[in-house]
Design a protein around this ligand. Structure first.
Ligand code: NAP
Ligand code: ZN
Ligand code: ZN
Length: 347
């Protein structure tokens, strides 16, 4: 099996460092990809530090992968050497369950996530995109629209689809008031996508420090959540709230900002569980929901939507040896608005 260079962690308490990993030989249905860039998602940090309690080590994180096809297996006709492609959070699934049949592989009872998961053989640890090459079944390879630059497109593979999917599912569009809590990696993509869907977009950030950025990204309004007046003035205001924050918030206070029948969708994953009283849900028939990335079909739809509307992420490119510093800065919300690793620095 080919050995390749990677960067990852051996345990939850160590910094990331160089590792050697192996990739399988390219099978008949496989696409072999030279990785060019990989985005740094907050989920990488949660998992590298075992903040969800389910981490498998050694771990090479990274699920916002873009690169170029080097070769394909004998049964692959949709891709060829030289194609620009992406890999997101999923590299396989059972293909048989109701969720897989509905093209919602993210909810499959046996999904194969890009890392921190066993591969289909139930013994090999899947390893992610902080590495030079990856081999993936053709059904889980995404096509990157020609007009989008690879580096800025990497974050669409997780932050893009994770926000596009609930915006579509809960019908963000003309006449709808949509709030985005947290202007980070997910949040800034949510603003761009909801704006392109023609919804009226409000950013709820802790302070007004990012106000100019939020407006530039497409927000119609920006409010600070450290100002109690925000929670008085916006009662019953929104049709949909997308919550991207990864720490515990008072969900009840935000539910009160929804109109009758409005929904708040959780995307962020705090380590501890906030409590919600029934009243903000009962008064107003409101819903508290969650959403997980998106299926492969919808991820392609999102990429094509972003191609059509020329949407990419706002990024800071880093060489691989700056990754530990980048993790610290993400935790402090000090990134505009996604770090992307230049994988050439690993080769
Ligand atoms: P991120 O770039 O760190 O953004 C999170 C934002 O939360 C920050 O920019 C900040 O926005 C806000 N925030 C509020 N309180 C904070 C605090 N005490 N410390 C730091 N930030 C705070 O993270 P991300 O990559 O967008 O990911 C967000 C969450 O979504 C993570 O938990 C991640 O694991 C999860 N996620 C879920 C899915 C899914 O499928 N559901 C997919 C990907 C990621 P302001 O400064 O504007 O307040
Ligand atoms: Zn992610
Ligand atoms: Zn399945």
């Amino acid at each position: 099996m080919p050995q390749i260079k990677a960067y990852g962690v051996l345990s939850a308490t160590q910094p990331l460092g160089p590792l050697q990993i192996s990739r399988r030989e390219t099978g008949a249905d496989d696409v072999a990809i030279d990785i060019a860039y990989c985005g740094v998602c907050h989920s990488d940090i949660h998992q590298a530090r075992n903040e969800w309690g389910n981490s498998l080590f050694p771990m090479v994180p990274g699920h916002e992968i873009v690169g170029v096809v080097t070769h394909v297996g004998s049964k692959v006709s949709r891709f060829k050497a030289g194609d620009k492609v992406g890999i997101g959070c999923l590299v396989d699934s059972c293909r048989e369950c109701p969720d897989c049949q509905d093209h919602l592989e993210q909810f499959c009872s046996r999904p194969v996530f890009t890392y921190n998961c066993l591969e289909k053989d139930n013994k090999t640890l899947a390893q992610g995109g902080y590495s030079t090459k990856i081999v993936v079944h053709q059904d889980f390879v995404l096509r990157i629209p020609d007009n989008l630059p690879l580096d800025k497109t990497a974050p669409l593979l997780c932050a893009g689809i994770t926000t596009y999917s609930p915006l579509r599912h809960w019908n963000a569009g003309p006449g709808k008031k949509v709030a985005i809590i947290g202007l980070g990696g997910l949040g800034h993509m949510a603003v761009k996508i909801a704006h392109a869907m023609k919804a009226e977009v409000t950013v709820l950030s802790r302070t007004l420090d990012k106000k100019d950025d939020a407006v530039r990204l497409g927000a119609d309004h920006v409010y600070a959540t450290n100002d109690p007046k925000t929670f008085e003035n916006l009662v019953k205001h929104f049709d949909l709230i997308i919550n991207t924050v990864s720490v515990k918030l008072d969900w009840g206070a935000y539910l009160n900002l929804l109109k009758r029948d409005g929904s708040m969708v959780l995307l962020g994953v705090p380590s501890d569980a906030p409590q919600v009283h029934a009243f903000p849900l009962i008064f107003g028939r409101r819903s508290l929901a969650g959403s997980l990335i998106g299926g492969i079909k919808e991820t392609q739809e999102m990429l094509d939507f972003c191609g059509k509307h020329n949407i990419t992420a706002d990024i800071e490119i880093i060489p691989i040896h700056k990754i530990n510093e980048a993790y610290e800065r993400v935790v402090k919300a000090d990134v505009k608005y996604r770090f992307v690793i230049d994988i050439a620095s690993l080769k």
